[in-house]
Design a protein around this ligand. Structure first.
Ligand code: PEP
Ligand code: MN
Length: 376
């Protein structure tokens, strides 16, 4: 059960105390207080865990300071929407805002290789007005003999270069808890010229200890990637681990799922799930067309399958695109075949902005249509 308080009701108010006293009449019910700080609105919620079936919802709902009481029907209680008609507030990081209405493109290397290539990408992103990059330092590879990433060694110069080009955030996968500490220390050493979003890769989608580790720190937001062989429900429950530890600054990323059907794409594109995740959760939703498609085949019109798949996610309301590029894809140490060149990235960004406009027009047209219906 979740008790959503009115916007002005804080933890130290009289109203809060009364609600808390009322709940304390019910044994075997634990409470967890969740405060969500949004740009336009802050929400305080009391989550009731345990034997809540005896608690009269109507009495609780009639108490002063209570906006709404919902019985939680799904397991992912913190990231879930639970049919509540409240604005999912999202989060701010490094002066950037992320919610279910925002739109960002996070582009860059699959794996950090040389400072020259990194600088070429940051410079290109700056030219495109993009302040969000992806850069893998710790790489989970299928073969132990493949390049595993430069790890800690590249972080300091990577962060310094990011600062030089006005990059505010770098999405970076972590494979174990100590990587979070390494990132923190190297960011400090570099003088905090940028920020980091901790990425949970698809292979770790159910690594519960790692999920708890990224969830129990609040310094960095988290980009959680759906498990490639998991149902959506299983991935949402796993993602809940992050929130349940206290960190609610999460983006949920769709990246295609494994299918026995194989070719033509690396994975089966699951971007039709964008509106589903937005409906089921309060999280901004990201799509990763690079790992979904895995190659650079084009349509007869010359459009990359990567761009077309990405368009499918954006037209459905995706909030973030995570895409790989490389100044010299053939020389890339990881995932070269799916990396856009910097020229192709420029075209990709223009293409995605066209589709984003179309999505906003779809939303507009729908609300005009609804208004007309109301007026009639
Ligand atoms: C990545 O984005 O660097 C990556 C390895 O993706 P995934 O975990 O989705 O395979
Ligand atoms: Mn990759």
């Amino acid at each position: 059960m979740i008790v959503i308080l009115e916007p002005n009701i804080q933890k130290d108010s009289k109203e809060f105390k009364k609600i808390e006293d009322f709940i304390s009449n019910f044994p075997k019910v634990n409470i967890k207080i969740i405060e969500i700080e949004g740009e336009t609105r802050s929400v305080c919620e009391i989550h009731l865990i345990g034997s809540t079936h005896n608690i009269p919802q109507d009495v609780l709902e009639s108490m002063r300071g209570v906006e709404k009481v919902v019985r939680v029907s799904t397991k992912y209680r913190q990231i879930g929407r639970h049919d509540i008609d409240i604005v999912p507030v999202g989060f701010d990081y490094q002066g950037l805002h992320f919610d279910q209405d925002s739109f960002h493109i996070i582009a860059g290397l699959c794996a950090v290789d040389t400072p020259e290539y990194v600088e070429a990408i940051f410079s290109c992103l700056k030219g495109l007005g993009i302040e969000t990059a992806r850069m893998g330092a710790y790489k989970p590879r299928t073969s132990p003999y493949d390049f595993q990433g430069h790890g800690r060694d590249c972080l300091c110069w990577l962060f310094e270069l990011a600062g030089k080009y006005g990059i505010r955030l770098i999405a970076m996968e972590v494979l174990k808890e100590s990587h979070i500490e390494e990132i923190y220390e190297e960011l400090e050493r570099a003088g905090r010229p940028t920020g980091v979003m901790l990425q949970i890769g698809t292979r770790n989608a159910q690594n519960f200890e790692l999920l708890k580790a990224v969830g129990s720190q609040k310094e960095f937001p988290v980009l959680y990637k759906r498990g490639m062989g998991l149902t959506l429900e299983e991935s949402l429950n796993a993602c809940e681990y992050v929130a349940s530890e206290g960190n609610r600054n999460i983006i949920f990323c769709l990246r295609g799922v494994k299918s026995h059907l194989g070719a033509p794409h690396r994975n089966m594109v699951d971007f039709a799930h964008v509106p589903v995740v937005k409906r089921l959760t309060r999280l901004p939703v990201c799509i990763d067309p690079s790992h979904s498609i895995g190659g650079k085949d084009t349509s007869p019109e010359g459009l990359f399958d990567i761009s077309t798949a990405s368009s499918q996610g954006v037209i459905a309301g995706a909030n973030v695109i995570l895409v790989e590029c490389h100044p010299d894809p053939e020389g890339a140490l990881c995932d070269g075949p799916q990396a856009l060149t910097l020229e192709e990235l420029e075209q990709f960004v223009e293409d995605m902005n066209i589709v984003r406009e179309a999505f906003l027009k779809r939303k507009d047209a729908l609300s005009r249509f609804k208004m007309k219906g109301l007026a009639e």
